[in-house]
Every structure is written in C-alpha cells, then in structure tokens.
Design a protein around this ligand. Sequence first.
Ligand code: UDX
Length: 434
Amino acid sequence: MKISVIGCGYLGAVHAAAMASIGHDVVGIDVDERKIASLATGEAPFFEPGLTEILSEGIASRRLRFTTDMAEAQGAAVHFVGVGTPQQKDGYAADLTYVNAAIDGLLPFLSPGDIVAGKSTVPVGTAADLAPRVAATGATLVWNPEFLREGFAVQDTVDPDRLVVGVPEGDDRSADILREVYHPAVAKRTPFIVTDYATAELVKVAANAFLATKISFINAMAEIAEVTGADVTQLADAIGHDARIGRRFLGAGIGFGGGCLPKDIRAFAARAEELGRGESVNFLREVDAINMRRRDRAAQLVVEALGGSVFKKNITVLGAAFKPHSDDIRDSPALDVAVKLHGLGAWVTVTDPEALKNAARVHPQLTYVDDRDEALRGADAVLVVTEWDEYRRELAPEHAASLVNGTIVIDGRNCLDAAAWRTAGWTYYGMGRP
Ligand code: UDX
C-alpha cells in the first residue's frame, strides 16, 4: 500500500521505517531539512535500537524515501500524521500548532477515498474539530494513537500489544483499510479496537495517566518507607505478586520523565479543566507533584550522604537520559538532579552511553565525560540516575571503589545490588530503602 507519514520526529521516523519494513511503499515528509537529509541517507537523527537497520533496508529496497515536499503525499492511500504536540510555553495544555499545520499542508494533496490517520497524542475533541476540514476533500480522518516506548519503538510499532482506531460513526471502510496497513499484527490476532474519535484519543492519555499514577503511587510509598524504615523495593515485590496489581511500573526512584508522561498528564488535566471536569483528574496534579518531589529527595540524599553540604564536592552522575536505551533528555529526572546539585555548589561530572551530546547542548554548565571510569575517578560520591546495564550490571563495585575518592553511592533508580556494593566497602543509599 502507498503510505505517507507527515512528521518525521521520533514517532514519525519510526513509523515510516516500520511501515516500509512490513512491505508498504512509504514517503516520510517533514519541514526540517536537516532531519530529512539525515533520514534519506539511512541515518536516524536520534538513538533508537534497530531503527538504523530498518531505515537502511527500506531505502535500499526503494520502499522508503524522505522529502520536505508535501506534494509527494499525493497518491498515498493512507496519510499518517505524527507531528509533535508539546506543552504550551505559557501553560500545561498541548500546543496543536504542528497538528494544524500538518493537516492544512496536506489538504491540497488529498484525493477522495484517502485516509488521514492521526497518530499524535492530542486533547480529546481534536479529531472531531479537524474532521470536517479533511472530509471537505472527500478523504476521511481516523485517529490511531501510538503507544510506542522509546528504546522499543521499532518492536512496539511492528508488533504492538493492541491497535486502536477511532472512526466516524458508521464508517467500516476506514477500519478495514487500517487492518490492511497493519496486516502482520492483524494476522497475529493482535487486539484491534474500532471505536469513536473521543475514545481513541482518550485511550492514549488514559494509558499514560495510569502508568504515571502507578509510578507515583510507589514513589509515595517510598516517601512513607523513608520515615518508617521500610524497604519500598520489597514492598513493590510483595504487592506486585498480586496479579491485579502487577510488578511492572512499580520501580521507585527519581520518577518519570521523557517526552510523553509528564506533558501528557499535564495536558490531560488542562483539557479536563476546559471540559468542566477538572476535579475528575485532580489526582494527576498530585501524581505530578510526587514525581517532582523525588528529584529533590535524590539531591537531598546526596547532601545528607556528604555530611550536610555538597559545596565543592566532586559528584559523578551516572546517567543523563530519561531512561536507558535512549539518548532522549527531554524532562530527564537524571539531569534535573544533576543540575540541582550543581546549583548547590557541587562539581558535577555526568556520563551516559548515549545522551551526552544532547545533555551538553541543554546544560552546558555541567562537566561531561564519555568514559565511565574516567568520570568516576576522584568522585566524592557517585549517583546512579539512569539504570543503564553499563552501571547496573557491568560496573563491579570493587572496581568502582578503586577509582573514587569517597565510597558513597546513591542509587536513584534502586537498580544496584545493594548488598554487593556494601560488601565492596561502599556506603549505599537507595530511594525509599533503609
Ligand atoms: C511512555 C509510555 O510507556 C508509552 O506507552 C507511550 O507511548 C509514551 O510514553 P516512554 O516515554 O518511552 O513511554 O517511557 P516509559 O518506559 O514509559 O518510562 C517513562 C519514565 O518512567 C522513565 O523516566 C522511566 O525511568 C520512568 N519509570 C518507569 C519509573 O520511574 N519507574 C518505573 O517503574 C517505570
């Protein structure tokens, strides 16, 4: 099938390459010339496992190309719109500038019978607002939210755990066309939910709100554990055995960040307010507040561990990305904690396997060192804030001890083997652990 993908950022670039990898003829379109130039040569403009491979394969097979010319969308049967919906500069609501621009830019090139499939995360009600503009060309708008996780984006796109499509009332054809698009997943009997616009839009924000709530719930328990001497990791294991609760997303630590969860829960709360139902999701403000408190708590732990002040102390921060397997530093809790410590007068050295370039661009006041061991040398305290295998599994505590000045480790992700670090002579601090 001929497919266009408007917006080649994180979501769009992965989607375009994944659609080509399952046999479609795909054109990716974006206004950013540098991004398009990079993608056109098979190079991903960001780190995502497996993406470079499917980009190169797609380009070599001529099933995948990239352009800045919107006119090239003409002739595609399905046009995916995967542009960004960032947080507004002066508030919490989502900024729909790019979605509107993409739809307006696409309109002149639509033909009757085309499907425009929105993938961006939008406030509920957006699709209903946009639909008449698309329908005026004879094309149909559907909403097909994306649930991909960074670090697993290719896998999540090719083999999702569910597909959701919001269609206009009584429209069976559009859903059938999307079934054709996602044929390998459909053949595997992946749940395929056909619904209305509002439900499709809400599925996405509700899923992210639930995940964020789960993380903040366990972090709230960590706060209680901290004043009672309990261990939140054991607590999470124990409640996680209840299948109704489940252990995943009960990792207490410095909390969630990234380009989705923080902005999506804020936009959801703002939208609910507009709808006169602010109170229904008031708890999301609490979820956000708990999450932000954990970053302060991590900085406070470092201060306590160093005897009350970090002034002119060497602190090595292991991790900059908002989570492992990513070079994304958007709303990264790791960097937030590093910046807080720098603000308290510490000499902060940051290392990360993938995210240093991005971090240095945004926070030039910190010192960045590529080599992990080099970064550890002379540290008065070590802070782990992104649970990369390089720190969690591959860093032997004995070896780390031979490099540092002070054997104090603060485990902001509760990802280290506390007993092993203590045996190697370290004073170990976890989050919500005695
Ligand atoms: C998220 C959703 O998972 C995905 O379905 C949606 O499409 C986009 O938003 P992503 O932002 O890639 O994906 O990251 P995710 O793996 O959900 O992690 C988000 C943040 O939560 C990270 O900062 C992570 O470190 C943190 N987290 C996750 C915890 O603090 N504890 C946990 O137990 C799990």
